[in-house]
Design a binder for this molecule. Structure first.
Ligand code: ATP
Ligand code: MG
Length: 395
């Protein structure tokens, strides 16, 4: 029996020209992923994307799991394909559905007929399929009001599809339909979550990471690349632009008041991230800041950090508690990597008593004690880019 994957996308947000660009982004992304799992045909019709294996070698299980991580898809299901006649539909129902309904005591069948020329109407199809299931699985009963499981039959243009149990998709909007964002990616728990949240709203991601070798180690850098790779489960590909802040930090610690170290460091980070964003055509910066989490994340401190740039700054974790951020980090699979105990450049040269209510004018005055322009240029010149992908053969 032939089995395929059906992906449903939400229609609510889809109007006019949006709809076709939305569909083509989704189809393209699923095709790129399918490439890794073998020979598949991917096309869309009637708010559904069909992923059909073209031979027995195609890995349907792997493709199914991958499709669940594609933003813009609200539901994913495996379905059996039947010919467009009621006898074949019932044959497939008998062969395919009992196993899918294992564990359920009651079920209900919903039929949908987009081909109005089909000789039976929807209630008739549902009744026939219900009968076929009952004849093949004797312990099951029909319950129209509170069924344990729903069986769906969709009679469409080329074939009929039968399935039980649609799973939730990743939701959100297809990658790239909202533009591109530059994520400030540290090795912590929050920034990967922030990247995930904005990617879910349709931003394609690139990342900047700041290191401070030899104060930060090779392992700390590898950890960040691993986090980027883990995010690729959703974003497929991430370029990580790495820059060195070693000299910046040494100069700050030599010449500026200790209580301003972190704020000044963050000023440099923001400036460099903005430059990187503009060069890479990204329209916003993304950070993992959360109000009040640390001294540099008070409202006043964030006003100072934000003042370093004119590009929009997205802080999707701003209103989340740490345990809420951790819950997301666990769900998306970045948590275990994030808690590996390697130092970040923010944790070297940390002030004992950081300013929690800084005044911008004072911070800028402190900044004058170093040659900011030269330091920025030097850090900028140190950059190199590492690309991480979902699969080696993702293209
Ligand atoms: P996280 O858990 O994301 O590491 P944090 O609690 O360590 O955050 P901070 O160190 O104040 O908080 O950093 C706040 C935000 O600044 C981070 O979420 C991240 O977006 C950015 N950031 C911090 N350090 C770096 C770095 N080394 N490279 C790039 N971005 C950074
Ligand atoms: Mg944090």
């Amino acid at each position: 029996m032939k089995e395929i994957i059906l992906c449903k996308y939400g229609e609510l947000v889809l109007k006019g020209a949006n709809k076709s660009s939305f569909e083509s982004r989704l189809t393209k992304e699923l095709r790129r992923r399918a490439w890794h799992y073998g020979a598949f045909e991917v096309h869309h019709a009637q708010s559904t994307i069909y992923i059909e294996p073209l031979n027995d070698e195609a890995d349907l299980d792997g493709m199914y799991e991958s499709a669940r991580d594609v933003f813009g898809i609200v539901g994913v299901t495996r379905a059996a394909v039947a010919e467009k006649n009621i006898d074949d539909i019932c044959r497939v129902a008998r062969d395919y559905l009992p196993e899918k309904l294992a564990g359920a005591r009651t079920f209900r069948v919903d039929a949908k007929r987009s081909d109005k020329a089909f000789p039976l109407n929807s209630p008739e199809i549902a009744a026939r399929v219900g009968g076929a299931v009952l004849s093949a699985a004797h312990t099951l009963k029909v319950d129209l009001h509170h069924p344990d499981a729903m069986v769906r039959v969709e009679v469409r243009e080329n074939a009929a599809y039968l399935h039980a149990g649609q799973e939730k998709g990743a939701g959100g909007l297809p990658l790239g339909c909202a533009g591109r964002g530059m994520l400030l990616l540290s090795g912590g728990i929050d920034s990967p979550v922030a990247g995930y949240m904005m990617a879910k709203r349709g931003l394609e991601l690139e990342a900047v990471h700041f290191e401070s070798y030899p104060y930060t180690s090779e392992r700390a850098r590898e950890k960040v690349f691993t986090l980027a790779e883990e995010l690729c489960r959703f974003t497929s590909k991430i370029d990580v632009h790495v820059m060195s802040l070693t000299h910046v930090q040494e100069e700050l610690s030599r010449k500026c008041a200790e209580e301003y170290f972190t704020l000044l460091l963050r000023h440099f980070m923001m400036k460099l991230a903005e430059r990187c964003a503009r060069e890479r055509n990204a329209g916003a910066l993304i950070t993992g800041e959360s109000l009040g989490q640390v001294a540099s994340q008070t409202m006043e401190a964030m006003a100072v950090t934000g003042a370093a740039v004119t590009i929009p700054l997205f802080r999707p974790c701003i209103g989340m508690d740490k345990d809420e951020i951790v819950t997301v980090a666990r769900r998306i699979g970045t948590f275990e990597t994030s808690i590996l105990p390697y130092e970040d450049c923010c944790t070297v040269f940390t002030p004992r008593h950081p300013k929690t209510r800084p005044v911008l004018a004072q911070v800028l005055k402190e900044l004058e004690k170093v040659d900011a322009e030269a330091l920025l240029e030097e850090a900028w010149q140190s950059r190199y880019t590492v690309t991480r992908k979902l699969y080696d053969d993702y293209r």
